[in-house]
Design a protein around this ligand. Structure first.
Ligand SMILES: CC(C)(COP(=O)(O)OP(=O)(O)OC[C@H]1O[C@@H](n2cnc3c(N)ncnc32)[C@H](O)[C@@H]1OP(=O)(O)O)[C@@H](O)C(=O)NCCC(=O)NCCS
Length: 453
């Protein structure tokens, strides 16, 4: 087998094992779009959820019921309308909405039973009326007041899967129709979930609907790949005209969840077979992920990281893009290197070597092939420039043979060998003929993310 392919397969197995250990006993809240429940691939999706459950992940399911509610209301000739995406729930619709909501929950429970998995449907949500907003009375539509987390914890401890219908009850037992998207977000926050999933029938958030900031990472398929919580916040602020769309609703809920204690929110296509597993067990996601801090993945390199960093650099060294380095030379410069780690696996590296005269060199930047074009390289470089800025360094240079366009796209400018510090001039490899590029850290640039200028 081709060396590169073999290496990739081994990486995938390592990643999967890493994730199994990492997520055991963590809570995942999974909102399932109502249209998925009648999709031909739904039994496979449930089988995948069962796999996660068997691995020791604490799964909570929130099946959406919109489609089923519409069907039942249509069957019984009960009219309905939506205002700003929220259903106005007339009193006569309430028993039918409860019927539809428990019907979808039952369907999910039946499929779990077919997979030998214990599940339970319950009345664990306290709700209150939305009331009248801007002159619209939403009648029996409600919002989540609180979740009976103590009961849910016990159910999860018993290795059962709680299923939440989209109904909440007032203190006096009055039922309210609540949004299952909001419900999933509230549960994930209350239970400090590691992940909140919105399994949709359209995939992640399409980039073409939004005015994006320059540092937003978009996949080849036109999906916003990942957003820090700050980026998600500015996207919401800058796109008010989108406010009623489902993508904006999920973006806002994801933002809200991450501002709580939820570590990551994933918006993925639930129709595509295996998509959920891919999203969890390969750290390159396929939908949109919202997470809390862009630098949380960057940390100093440790001695134990050296073999993995060597492996990431290997291809670029083979192609003569990077200078070959030995484990000992990396060990000597341990403090200069940082690594980009996602869920326990290293995907990128870079170093900042300091020289006298407020000058530093960026070197050894590399990103593994499964993680390129996701903004990883820029994040590492941005981190190194921030480190240089904090150390009051004025000039950062890089010597590069084949990546000058990349550095220039980020703000580096052409320089000369004469611009290098004396010590570095001596070690400049004349045969290699690397280009010199320079990034000047002006006061105005401090604090800015590279690429956003
Ligand atoms: C260069 C490298 C670090 C970029 O990492 P990355 O995480 O893919 O980069 P980002 O996602 O931040 O940026 C991707 C963008 O840079 C472009 N790009 C990547 N490598 C490039 C190169 N060598 N020259 C020009 N543009 C490049 C991509 O096409 C993409 O462009 P787009 O945003 O217009 O689609 C990575 O490709 C790598 O490891 N290359 C081999 C080692 C190397 O060249 N290191 C530099 C040391 S001198």
């Amino acid at each position: 087998m081709e060396k590169k392919k073999f290496k990739e397969q081994v990486e995938t197995i390592r990643e999967a094992f890493g994730y199994i250990n990492r997520f055991r006993n963590e809570t995942f809240v999974i909102k399932i779009n109502s249209s998925l429940i009648t999709h031909p691939s739904f039994p496979i999706l449930i089988a995948d959820l069962v796999l996660l459950h068997r691995m020791g992940i604490r799964i909570i399911l929130v099946p959406g019921a919109k489609q089923r509610i519409n069907e039942i209301l249509d069957t019984y000739n009960i009219g309905y309308e939506f205002v700003k995406g929220i259903r106005i729930t007339q009193p006569e619709a309430v028993p039918f909405i409860k019927m539809a909501s428990f019907d979808v929950s039952n369907k999910v429970m039946t499929l779990l039973a077919e997979n030998n998995t214990n599940a339970i449907i319950g009345n664990w949500v306290k709700a209150r009326s939305i009331g009248v907003r801007n002159g619209t009375d939403y009648k029996f539509s409600g919002i989540v007041d609180s979740i009976k987390t103590d009961i849910i914890m016990k159910i999860l401890d018993e290795r059962m899967v709680p299923i939440f219908p989209n109904i909440g009850w007032s203190a006096t037992g009055k039922p309210y129709n609540i949004s299952s998207n909001e419900l999933a977000m509230s549960i994930s926050k209350e239970l400090n979930a590691a992940k909140l999933f919105f399994l949709t029938d359209f995939g992640g958030i399409p980039a073409d609907r939004f005015k994006l900031t320059p540092d937003t990472v978009v996949t080849g398929e036109g999906i916003i790949s990942q957003l820090t919580v700050e980026q998600a916040g500015s996207l919401i602020d800058q796109n008010p005209s989108q406010v009623r769309g489902i993508t904006m609703e999920l973006l806002s809920l994801g933002y809200n969840a991450c501002r709580g204690n939820v570590r990551r929110v994933h918006i993925v296509d639930g129709r595509a077979e295996g998509m959920l597993l891919k999203e969890i067990f390969s750290n390159r996601g396929f939908g949109t992920m919202i997470y809390s801090n862009q630098h949380e993945n960057i940390r100093k390199m440790t001695y134990n990281d050296i073999p993995f960093v060597m492996s990431i650099m290997e291809d670029a060294i083979d192609e003569d893009i990077l200078v070959s380095r030995s484990p000992d030379s990396l060990k000597e410069k341990l403090d200069d290197f940082v690594v980009y780690e996602v869920d326990g696996t290293i995907h990128g590296c870079g170093a900042l070597h300091r020289y006298p005269g407020k000058t530093a060199e960026v070197a050894g930047s590399a990103v593994d092939s499964s993680y390129t074009n996701l903004g990883t390289g820029k994040k590492i470089l941005s981190y190194l420039i921030e480190t240089a800025t904090k150390a009051k360094i004025k000039k950062v240079f890089v010597l590069t043979t084949q990546s000058s366009d990349w550095f220039q796209s980020i703000g580096f400018k052409e320089g000369k060998i004469e611009d290098l510090p004396a010590e570095r001039k001596k070690t400049y490899n004349k045969k290699r003929k690397s280009r010199v590029l320079i990034y000047t850290i002006s006061k105005a640039r401090r604090g800015k993310i590279i690429g956003s200028e």
